[in-house]
Design a protein. Structure first.
Length: 202
């Protein structure tokens, strides 16, 4: 059975309109007929009164986020009285909580401000991450260029060293051949020219 919207004031002095639904069954028809003049009206009236009292014990935020506690408090309030009327209250459910227009506007403004704050924070995080990525890329580019230059210098040095060794080996081989020729023909005069100097040997 639906409980029409009722105006109530929360513990933090916010006016709200609440509606609900009560679920019950008749367990004693005799009491249901004789213990109250109008059973349904009695259930509705008591439910409305209990709902207003329970709302007055809670703050607005709690009403929105913890309806199960409100439902339980209302159920515990109306069940004992209903049993005297031969009725077992099975469940009570808050179906709607609506604050007054000024509070609703303030809540909407707060919600919009919170969304803007989150959006600004996300954008700032994205920009910071982008800057970090660019910085890392630039740093890696410098490191790679430095490594490439270093490798280039090393390769050039290795090439120069190898060239020196080859020239030295070639000169040593030439000198050895000249020595052999002189030993084989000691009386022969040989003219030898090298990259280092021009010598006349007899």
């Amino acid at each position: 059975m639906n409980i029409d919207p009722q105006s109530s004031v929360t513990q933090d002095n916010v006016q709200v309109t609440t509606a609900g639904a009560v679920y019950f069954r008749v367990v004693d028809p005799e009491k249901a007929c004789y213990e109250t003049y109008d059973l349904l009206s009695s259930i509705v009236t008591h439910s409305q009164s209990s709902m207003r009292s329970a709302v007055g014990l809670m703050e607005l935020d709690t009403l929105f986020h913890d309806r199960s506690t409100l439902n339980r408090q209302i159920l515990e309030s109306i069940r004992p009285a209903a049993l005297k009327w031969g009725v077992d209250i099975l469940r009570y459910e808050i179906t709607d909580v609506t604050p007054d227009s000024r509070v609703s506007e303030a809540m909407d403004s707060q919600s919009i401000a919170e969304r803007k704050r989150r959006e600004t924070s996300l954008n700032a995080d994205a920009r910071r991450q982008h800057d970090i990525t660019v910085s890392d890329g630039q740093r890696m580019a410098v490191v790679n260029e430095s490594e490439a230059n270093k490798r280039k210098v090393v390769l050039a040095a290795e090439a120069d060293a190898e060239s020196v060794v080859l020239r030295a080996n070639a000169e040593a081989t030439s000198i050895a051949k000249i020595g052999e020729a002189l030993r084989d023909n000691p009386e022969t005069c040989l003219l030898y020219t090298s990259d280092a100097a021009d010598d006349l040997l007899c």
